[in-house]
Design a protein around this ligand. Structure first.
Ligand code: UDX
Length: 467
């Protein structure tokens, strides 16, 4: 006999729907959270713009609709907004999100209910304050996933509420201090908050998103309690009081040293011979270099970086995205062939986990930062803008995991790589990196601090869904 619909709905696992800003640095942590939550028994739908769906389909073989794929005790499925063409410029994208996003997202939420999977909770990530307005309009509670550090959250929060005045950018000696954070200068502040920031619409979206964050039922953070204990502990003492931060990270793929290849978030297909190439290199010999998915180096910087990496005399694996490859010096690839490999996109976590990798020359995006912490690989920190400035400060000065590279001059590149791999402090940096790696892995292991936070979140979503 057929199961009555009310009984079937009561037996079905609660449905959590995530809506993700279109960028690799957002898709990765959001999809990894989706998998953690699904593994604990929820039905999870990952959604984003149609353009993200097309790229995920091409690079990661993701297909939308249907029942999705099993992950642990739950399932992950995909559905994308019917939102039209966002345009390629950041300002066009931000305007597109504001106008096309809300009706397309409302339609997507209603479709879930019509198809028998009413949404119990929506997870939004930064820069899309409208998504939680839409969810609230449908009577659905929201959680925010903050994809940057707790330190960066605190800096933004103090700024948005007028609780801090940052020192002038032209005074490198001037310092300020916030609760639970070390003394900082303007160079350590996320650059979107400084007067020189050219990305005004993005800065507006960052500030507006606090409206969403302060209304959310949960604020999940891609960090772990042991990494930033002081800043998390200090926030409840700030007036007006910020929401409680719930660290659920590091949201890494290689959690148990194994990858769940069925559900990947690559927007660009990774070169498939990187691991084989690393296998052929000596242990702890390779310099891995990447500036993530958004940073664009100038032609001059690319050329200096090329000469600098070549002059280390060490093997290197360098991610140079296709738009930047024309700026490589003429004959460069031939001149380094065998010792140096240039790829358009790498399987980064596998590269960092590989025993041949000695250090990571990174722009310090927060995902790259946490991935290198989890892998225990020392860094050459080369931040460009936004939260990368704060992350670099923490990696080098607070975590003791590397050195700073200021400016892409070839001698500076060579010296920084030498200092991180073989300099007098290299042993200490490696020891720090390994200690942080152990702490990161313990946080996400069963019963660890972040695992317990994910479980508590899942339990509460299930409890509310049952009414
Ligand atoms: C952006 C911002 O720049 C960053 O500062 C912010 O914290 C998040 O959004 P992005 O610049 O792309 O992100 O850097 P990052 O946060 O490091 O994310 C890049 C992701 O792409 C990482 O998960 C990394 O593993 C992955 N990646 C990068 C690859 O898989 N292969 C590559 O070749 C390069």
């Amino acid at each position: 006999a057929a199961v009555p619909p009310a009984v079937a709905a009561a037996a079905a696992p609660p449905h959590l729907l995530l809506i993700c800003f279109p960028g690799q640095g957002h898709v990765n942590p959001m999809l990894r959270l989706a998998k953690r939550v699904a593994a604990k028994g929820l039905l999870v739908t990952f959604s984003s713009l149609a353009s993200v769906g097309a790229r995920l389909a091409a690079a990661a073989g993701v297909s939308a609709g249907g029942d999705g794929v099993p992950v642990g005790r739950g399932r992950v499925r995909f559905e994308f907004l019917e939102d039209g063409d966002p345009g390629s410029h950041l300002d066009d994208l931000m305007r597109h999100l504001e106008t096309a996003g809300p009706p397309a997202f409302a339609a997507l939420l209603r479709r879930q209910a019509e198809e028998g999977r009413p949404v119990a909770c929506v997870v939004v990530n930064p820069f899309m304050p409208w998504a939680s307005d839409v969810a609230a309009g449908e009577g659905i509670p929201t959680a925010v996933l903050w994809v940057q550090s707790c330190a960066v959250f605190s800096l933004y929060y103090h700024h948005v509420h007028g609780l801090v005045e940052f020192p002038p950018e032209d005074d490198p000696e001037a310092r300020f201090q916030l609760p639970g954070l070390p003394e900082m200068s303007a160079a350590d502040v996320p650059s979107f908050l400084l007067p020189s920031n050219p990305f005004k619409l993005l800065a507006d979206a960052i500030i507006t998103q606090f409206r969403t964050i302060e209304r959310a039922s949960w604020v999940l953070v891609n960090s772990f309690a042991e990494l930033e204990p002081d800043v998390v502990a200090a926030l409840p003492g700030v007036t007006p009081r910020p929401p409680e931060l719930i660290p659920v990270g590091p949201l890494i793929e290689l959690q148990q040293g194994q990858e769940d290849d069925e559900v990947r978030g690559d927007l660009i297909k990774a070169a498939d011979d990187c691991v084989e190439w690393l296998d052929a290199q000596p242990p702890r010999s390779v310099v891995y270099a990447s500036v993530g998915s958004v940073v664009v180096l100038s032609p001059g910087e690319v050329a200096e970086m090329a000469h600098g990496l070549a002059s280390t005399g060490r093997p290197f694996l360098w991610v140079v995205r296709p738009d930047t490859q024309p700026h490589l010096p003429e004959g460069f690839l031939d001149s380094v062939s065998g010792r140096g490999a240039v790829v358009a996109w790498s399987p980064q976590e596998r590269v960092l986990a590989h025993p041949s990798t000695a250090c990571f020359l990174t722009h310090c995006g927060w995902n790259s930062t946490l991935e290198t912490v989890a892998a225990g690989v020392p860094v050459v920190a080369f931040p460009q803008w936004g939260d990368q400035c704060t992350d670099a400060r923490f990696l080098v000065e607070e975590l003791g995991m590397g050195v700073r590279l200021r400016g892409a001059r070839r001698e500076a590149v060579r010296e920084a790589v030498e200092a991180a791999v073989a300099g007098p402090c290299a042993g200490d940096m490696l020891a720090s990196a390994r200690r942080w790696s152990a702490a990161a892995r313990a946080a996400v292991a069963p019963g660890g601090s972040s695992d317990a936070h994910v479980q508590a979140f899942v339990d509460e979503v299930a409890r509310r869904a049952r009414g």
